[in-house]
Write a protein that binds this ligand. Structure first.
Ligand code: BTN
Length: 276
């Protein structure tokens, strides 16, 4: 089924997904191998095990349902059957990208934001790992690493996108207001097409991961840029408050405090929210 949206054709999704339709949708993308599972605990767990077992670069795990989906900071991630896009992509970094692997979360976030922009949906990135539509979370990213001794072997980039409104957890489980693409677009998009669009954007952005151009793109897509924010969870410190002024080369957040002094917030167990 399809209908015309402003400036784009919106393919409306069905609640089912299958390996054949997925393979067709992704057939001309230069991916590694594909694993589709009707149901799985967590696609990240599946991908981490597969990566350890030698999965090639850009191998993908996709599911219709997660029964033990994981978010950042040990939180649960809900993926009821047929309601969301949930996948994990295995990335084996090229030598020139090894010093920049902390940017991978930005790579995934930008890819999602650009895929949504192509559907005329304006999305912003809530550093480090959320994508927002009109201030509400529509997608989350969980990047996990596989190490061989001291060396990074690969990263698993887990992405969850709220496609149908039924994917949203009950308010009691929400740390931050949430929304879905069904709500933003008026109908749920087709998940195969959304996955394809997101991967296409990621593949196009990936070669520039180490460049300033990439960093500036990521920075310009940030939510609350130029606004007062509160960062909580920095180990041993109370909440930090400051104006969000951008990103450092290592992907950490740059704030300016009330005295005009620069503050740097590194990745870790931190959460960001607007001060207002
Ligand atoms: C967050 O917002 O805290 C990150 C959520 C990441 C969820 C995705 S869904 C696919 C992949 N498998 C998981 O168990 N988690 C990630």
């Amino acid at each position: 089924m399809s209908r015309q949206g402003p400036g784009a054709t919106l393919v409306v999704g069905t609640p089912t997904m299958n390996e054949r339709s997925l393979k067709t949708a992704l057939s001309d993308l230069p991916l590694g191998e594909l694993r589709y599972l009707d149901s799985v605990g967590s696609t990240n767990d599946e991908a981490l095990a597969w990566a350890t077992d030698g999965a090639p670069d850009l191998s993908l795990v996709v599911t219709n349902e997660q029964t033990a989906g994981r978010g950042r900071l040990g939180r649960r991630w809900f993926t009821p059957p047929g309601t969301a896009l949930a996948f994990s992509l295995i990335l084996r970094p090229a030598p020139e990208h090894r010093p920049f692997v902390q940017r991978t979360v930005g790579l995934a976030a930008l890819a999602i934001a650009e895929a949504l922009a192509a559907r005329s949906v304006a999305a912003r990135i809530k550093w480090p790992n959320d994508v927002l539509i009109l201030g509400r979370k529509v997608a989350g990213i969980l990047v996990e690493s596989v190490w061989t001794g001291e060396d990074l072997d690969c990263q698993v980039v887990g992405v969850g996108i709220n496609v149908r409104s039924a994917s949203l957890p009950h308010d009691a489980h929400l740390q931050f207001p949430a929304t879905s693409l069904e709500h933003a677009l008026g109908a749920p998009p087709d998940r195969d097409a959304l996955l394809r669009a997101t991967l296409e954007k990621l593949l196009a952005l990936r070669p520039s991961l180490h460049t300033d151009e990439f960093l500036r793109k990521w920075e310009h897509s940030l939510a609350y840029l130029g606004e007062r924010v509160i960062v909580s969870g920095t180990p041993g410190q109370p909440h930090i408050q400051g104006d969000l002024i951008g990103l450092d080369a290592d992907g950490s957040l740059r704030l300016r405090d009330e005295h005009g002094e620069p503050l740097k917030v590194q990745f870790g167990d931190v959460s960001l929210r607007p001060a207002a």
